[in-house]
Design a protein around this ligand. Structure first.
Ligand code: R5P
Length: 308
């Protein structure tokens, strides 16, 4: 069965790289927004009997979702045998519980709908915190690429005597793994988030690592408040010139500029979301995960989890 990739708008470079790795073809398509705001999609490449991978990273997901849904349905309608999604960044993973009465548990709802749109999912380090596997909320087969080995390699090549720093307990899973692979010590801080842009971080005694280069590692950098707060505390304790590494360069509004202004000596991110800080490349790993995916799984009609 031939494999074809379709880049949703903005994902063309990643789709081209993946197609090269997979030896797959690219689907030519037109995407257009009508004056009334609705989406238009047209395929000009035949997809009959093909395995189709839609390539669409899902930062700022809301306007991307409708074209993605229409593209998936078009592929099926035109005869594709199966339609998967490569979303290097998977949105709506952080609202994974009802923090306050009446709140939506968006991660479960989004997963339920996306599982009806595509037949399989490949992503990079989704924010699994209170859930341990995508299969708890996604009804379709999925594969996760872990950035840790490539981040560790980047640190070994670029940072002298690193000490890895995780901003909160949630980050320990990545930081511990990256540190072990990079052969470096690590510490994990305590974070309290009081609002979207109101974050407090407390730093333990770091005397024993003062001679090392601090390397902050987190999965998502969104407002960058978490990293900026951490940088401020490190500076107060005499640790300056921190390197900041994020897997997913969400960078809302002026977050990137704030991070540089807060004293990051360098910011390096993975290429799951296109950004000038992308320095850690995951195309090979994502392509390998897509090629190895076992498509047999539950159907979208199954309900893997009731939202909490
Ligand atoms: C939190 O649960 C994540 O692991 C990140 O620490 C968080 O998403 C960072 O967000 P921000 O950049 O807005 O502080």
């Amino acid at each position: 069965m031939k494999t074809l990739l379709l880049a949703l708008p903005g994902n063309e470079p990643m789709a081209r790289r993946l197609a090269g790795e997979l030896g797959a073809g690219l689907i030519e398509a037109q995407f257009h927004r009508f004056p009334d705001g609705e989406s238009y999609v047209r395929f000009t490449t035949a997809v009959t009997d093909a395995t189709v991978w839609l390539v669409c990273t899902l930062d700022r997901p809301d306007p991307k979702f409708i074209p993605l849904m229409i593209a998936a349905e078009t592929a099926r309608d035109l005869g594709a045998a199966r339609v998967g999604l490569i979303a290097p960044y998977l949105a709506y993973m952080r609202q994974d519980t009802r923090f306050r009465p009446g709140e939506a548990v968006s991660s479960a709802y989004f997963a339920k709908v996306l599982s009806c749109v595509v037949d399989a999912l490949v992503t990079v380090d989704p924010h699994l915190h209170r859930r341990s596997a995508l299969s708890e909320i996604y009804a379709v087969p999925s594969a996760i690429v872990h950035a840790a080995p490539v981040i560790a390699e980047w640190i070994r090549d670029n940072v002298q005597r690193p000490v890895l720093i995780g901003p909160d307990s949630e980050s320990e899973q990545w930081v511990a793994d990256v540190a072990a692979r990079a052969g470096a010590p690590y510490i994990v801080l305590a974070k309290t988030r009081r609002g979207d842009r109101d974050v407090e971080v407390t730093v333990p005694d770091i005397e024993q690592v003062k001679s090392r280069t601090p390397v902050l590692v987190d999965d998502i950098v969104s407002t960058a408040r978490t990293m900026c707060e951490t940088l401020g505390h490190l500076r107060k304790q005499g640790l300056a010139g921190a390197v900041c590494i994020g897997v997913h360069a969400v960078f809302a509004d002026d977050a990137y500029a704030s991070l540089l202004a807060a004293g990051a000596s360098r910011v390096a991110t993975a290429d799951t979301i296109p950004h000038k800080s992308n320095a850690i490349h995951l195309t090979k790993q994502i392509a390998a995960a897509a090629a190895a995916l076992n498509w047999l799984g539950r159907s979208c009609c199954d309900d893997p989890a009731e939202p909490n």
